[in-house]
Design a protein around this ligand. Structure first.
Ligand SMILES: [Zn+2]
Length: 470
């Protein structure tokens, strides 16, 4: 599209004046016209798509993190500042799947990725086993480059939803193989175990043979900045939680989500025909499943730092459609009113600051020795376990049936965790809540105020001018 389009002009104008100035100007001139929503023209096409998804974020999760930010950083969450950005299209999104009002991440990502709701657990494959062509295949056919960035295994459900066709999300070796065959240009995340060893269907050299640079540390990622093809695998499974990376020096060489996002933009933005990039803050969901209040807070704060990077990129490259949303809620996370007149809810947002490790990291520590260590536990959580709790945790560790010790631990000390943080949960599962969706840039005006998750596919296809017959 022409660089002289109204959309570009508006962006130049905004750039010159500063975002706050424009908002003030529009507000003043439109006092009698109701709320003004400066939007791109209906016909606008986007060259690029940035799809920012936080996995498993309840409204209560970002509200809790927002109030933490206000109290501790004296500023709102970036997420909340999106509501005030000029050019915002905002919608409420129904997140159901074909099999349940409560989706899993595979069905949710498939709804976006191919435009059809599928059964929970499936990736771009319907109940009869038919494969639906995913978004990245269309983008590739149009000459665009593609990228996936996540704090989960790169073969996990949400990134896979834009690329892969498998009956079950657990087929991660097949997903890795499809990434290679379908040549996703930038792959940054965890999950190296699906790219090595006997069971791997594709291995790192298969990518290197196709011109990918392979990186495993933050320094290597920085040194390869701008390479058009990147395979970055920074953990065997999921990337450790932000709270652990920030407090454990041994993890200093694992990049953060914003660092991976910037690296991906550096690489992909060189494409003359544009790019499609999905960036997932994948482990808000995991901390929700684990009912781990400090882990979920820091995970969300890290995702939130991606928001200004995306908005900044839109200023440089205005032919970019930016979508920011979540796929479903997880855990029903809420900061609750506690104390007389709820006066203790604010101080709880400070007490959570002396939590310095996730329960997952504690699980790894205790499993390494086979012993629950109450001193380590108290040092990381500020909670002094009773003898009864310590015995219960040890017994859970010793039980071969235990799958997630971390979740069992948060369950055993749930009352103490609630007293400390005022954060409560409705379950350790996903929830059905309708979720916020933000969009900026060309094509965002096609999004209706209430949208089903699978309707977003058509919006993205049209905005990018991708041809479904291709
Ligand atoms: Zn989940």
């Amino acid at each position: 599209m022409s660089k002289l389009s109204p959309s570009s002009n508006r962006r130049q104008f905004i750039k010159g004046l500063g975002l706050a100035g424009v908002a003030a100007t529009l507000g003043a001139s439109s006092a009698n016209a109701g709320r003004i929503r400066p939007r791109a023209p209906k016909s606008a096409m986007a060259k690029n798509l940035i799809f920012l998804v936080v996995d498993g974020m309840c409204t209560g999760t970002h509200s809790f993190a927002h109030h933490w930010s206000l109290r501790n950083r004296k500023k709102p969450l970036n997420w909340m500042q999106l509501y005030e950005q000029p050019g915002l299209t905002r919608a409420l999104q129904d997140t159901a799947s074909a099999s349940s009002p409560v989706t899993d991440s595979a069905a949710a990502a498939s709804a976006w990725g191919c435009g059809q709701r599928v059964m929970n657990g499936a990736l771009n494959t319907d109940a009869n086993g038919n494969s639906m062509t995913p978004l990245f295949t269309y983008a590739k056919a149009a000459g665009k480059v593609t990228g996936l960035v996540t704090t989960c295994r790169i073969t996990h459900a949400t990134p896979a939803g834009f690329v892969a066709n498998v009956k079950k999300r657990g087929m991660e070796n097949e997903i890795a193989q499809q990434y290679n065959e379908r040549e996703v240009d930038v792959l940054l995340g965890g999950g190296s175990r699906f790219f090595e060893g006997e069971k791997a269907l594709t291995k790192v050299p298969d990518f290197q043979n196709k011109g990918y640079q392979f990186v495993q540390t933050k320094s290597e990622l920085e040194s390869q900045a701008g390479n058009p093809r990147l395979l970055g695998l920074f953990a065997k499974s999921h990337i450790p939680y932000a709270i652990d990376r920030q407090n454990d020096g041994a993890m200093a060489e694992i990049p953060s989500l914003p660092e991976m996002f910037r690296a991906a933009l550096n690489s992909l933005s060189q494409s003359k025909d544009g790019f499609v990039l999905q960036v997932e803050g994948g482990r808000v969901d995991h901390a929700g499943h684990g009912n781990d209040p400090a882990a979920i807070l820091h995970e969300l704060l890290e995702f939130d730092d991606c928001v200004p990077i995306a908005l900044e990129y839109l200023k440089i490259d205005p032919d970019t459609l930016l979508i920011i949303t979540t796929d479903h809620g997880t855990g029903g996370c809420q900061l609750n009113g506690v104390g007389s007149g709820y006066s203790d809810s604010g101080p709880a947002l400070e007490r959570i600051n002396d939590m310095t490790a996730s329960f997952e990291a504690l699980e790894h520590k205790f499993k390494a020795t086979g012993r629950f260590d109450p001193e380590v536990f108290t040092g990381a959580t500020g909670i002094v376990p009773t003898q009864e709790q310590a015995d219960a945790i040890q017994a859970t560790m010793d039980d071969p049936e235990t799958t997630y010790l971390s979740s069992e631990m948060t369950g055993i000390v749930a009352d103490a965790l609630f007293q400390k943080t005022a954060v409560g949960w409705t379950s350790s599962n996903h929830t059905s809540e309708c979720v916020d969706l933000f969009a900026f840039g060309p094509g965002s005006d096609r999004i209706e105020p209430f949208i089903n998750n699978n309707e977003l596919f058509g919006v993205m296809m049209q905005a990018l001018n991708l041809n479904q017959g291709a």
